[in-house]
Design a protein around this ligand. Structure first.
Ligand SMILES: [Zn+2]
Length: 123
């Protein structure tokens, strides 16, 4: 670990200390430590939801998209940012939603076409 100096008064800090021994200022080492420990849970949960949305034919697709987008946006806050996982979650959930929309459209259009052609054939 490199030597740190108090950002408030400039005194050299002891290794691993979070508070300046001279002025009592909370050193940003605390933030660094949290960054090292932090894991982008949103990205992981979003990716899992997107996988569930495939298996369940679309349930969780929208929460998966929202969580993955949030996870991707927040990725810089984390050391274990799982940005690839977040991106995969975004892609999977968008594809799933697109397939659902396509399925709904087809299920509306096909009967409509059958009715139209039925009327045309009868006429
Ligand atoms: Zn200080």
């Amino acid at each position: 670990m490199k030597n740190n100096y108090c950002t408030n008064c400039g005194k050299k800090l002891n290794e691993g200390s979070m508070v300046c021994p001279k002025c009592g200022f909370r050193v940003n080492q605390v933030i660094t430590f949290q960054r090292e420990e932090s894991t982008n849970v949103l990205a992981i949960v979003g990716f899992c939801c997107s996988l569930i949305s495939i298996v369940t034919m679309g349930a969780f697709a929208i929460p998966a998209l929202v969580l993955s987008v949030l996870g991707y946006k927040e990725k810089d806050k984390y050391v274990n940012n799982y940005s690839g996982l977040a991106m995969a979650g975004i892609v999977i959930s968008i594809v799933t939603i697109a397939l659902i929309v396509l399925y709904i459209l087809l299920s509306m259009i096909v009967p409509l076409l059958i009715i139209i052609f039925g009327i045309a054939a009868a006429a």
